[in-house]
Every structure is written in C-alpha cells, then in structure tokens.
Design a protein around this ligand. Sequence first.
Ligand code: ATP
Length: 252
Amino acid sequence: MVSMLDVSGVSAGYGRIGVLKEITLRVGPGEIVAIVGANGAGKSTLLKTISGLVRARRGMIRVEDQEITHWAPEKIVRSGVRHVPEGRQLFGPLSVLDNLLLGAYGDSTLANRKAVMARVEQVYEIFPILRQRNAQRANTLSGGEQQMLAIGRALMGTTKLLLLDEPTTGLAPLIVREILNVILRLRRQGISILLVEQNARLAFSVATRAYVMETGRVVLAGTPEQLILEDTVRKAYLGNSPKLIRTEVTQR
Ligand code: ATP
C-alpha cells in the first residue's frame, strides 16, 4: 500500500551541526503516528525537515507517490502537508478570523470568498469556541484557544497529513482531552497525523504506532501496546508504569 509519508534514511541539521541521523519512518493512510523522545532528541527538527523548513542532507522523503525531499516549503504545503509548529506562531495582533484566512492563502481549491468562508465554517464546527472568539485578537486568547486556532489555521488548507508539534504542552487537562479528541476525529475524517510529544502517555493514548527518538536517531518503533512492554520506554517515559489508557473519541 502507498504510504501517506515515507521518510527514508534522512539526515539533517543546522549549519555544521548534524541533528537527524538516518531517520526512517512511515505514516500509513489514516494513521496517528507519535514521535516521542526527550528534550533535544530532534523531534521538532524532523517535522521541520518534512515540511521543507530544514533541508535534508541525505535520504528521501515521499508523500504518497511523490518525492518531496527538495521541494520548497510552500509547495509542500500546497501538496496537503500542514505543520502546526511548537509555540503556535499565530499572528497575535490579528483576529481569530484573520488568522484563519491566512491559513487559506495559496490553496487553489479555495478560489473565492464563498469557498473560503465555507472552510472557516468547517473549522468552527471542529472548534466551536473559535466561532465565539471570531473577532478577538489572537494574543488575547487562552493557551488552549491559541492551540485550537493554530490547528484550525492549518486545516484551512486542504490537508492530507497534519504535523503536530507538542500540541498539548502547558494546557489544562480538560483542554488536553479536547485536543486529543480533535486529533481522533480528524483521523476519522481521513487525515493522517504525525504527532510529536514529550508526554509519551498522552501520545500513546491516541497513536496507532509510535517511534522513540534519542539524539537524532529512531531507537524503537511499534504500537503503544508493544512499546510499553519495553523496560527502557517505561523507565524513561512512563514513570515505570505499564498502564496504557486509550483516549476514546467522543462526538459532540
Ligand atoms: P524539544 O522537545 O525540546 O522541542 P526536540 O526533540 O524537538 O526537543 P529539536 O528542537 O529538534 O529537539 O532540537 C534538536 C537539536 O537541534 C538540539 O540540540 C537543538 O539545540 C538543535 N537546534 C534546534 N534548532 C536549532 C537551530 N535553529 N540552530 C541550531 N541548532 C538548533
């Protein structure tokens, strides 16, 4: 079967600093794949390399049947790969609506205002709180609302593969649940997801499969059920507990 994403032997870094070392991983259609690992393992660099912000020095990246390794970031976005960066990077002084409209920029399927506003409506259905905050400045939103806006902005473009960088960091438990729920619902809509998380327990609660990264390398891969059986994973990432609690999707 054709993968949604195939990363094969990819090395990348910043200037003379090498960070990623021969990373190989795959996201199948409709999968939620988690990348877990400690601070500085290279998780964010991996997402940036997939979205073209950091150049791969070696290896190959494919999205479905197209090789995208040397494509410009804007071309990768247009191909349906959408990256929600760590720290959200919203346009603070702009309203919620304006931030969403910027997410539609360059998507040729959104040729007129009617199509764009229909897409805004879809995002508001996923995140009803954003509809209430429509005219509010992004920098006055709560942390959870900002994360929802960042994901909503990504979803304004036609999305096949969503790259999420630590979407739950710093959020209250109730909001974390809501974000996880959205991730599960997006998967049901056919969007494949690559989820970077420091919190392995959260990532494992929604992932179909996961990869563990250490100092720029993939050191383990498997389903969450397989990975919690590994002593090293339990000790380093799960507070030594063997319990795996799956988040169930709830419909509104
Ligand atoms: P965290 O969970 O803390 O975000 P991470 O696993 O996402 O960590 P990266 O942010 O990818 O890790 O960082 C991997 C390594 O690359 C680190 O050693 C970091 O210092 C380095 N690095 C990241 N960004 C840059 C940059 N712009 N220039 C130089 N080095 C960088």
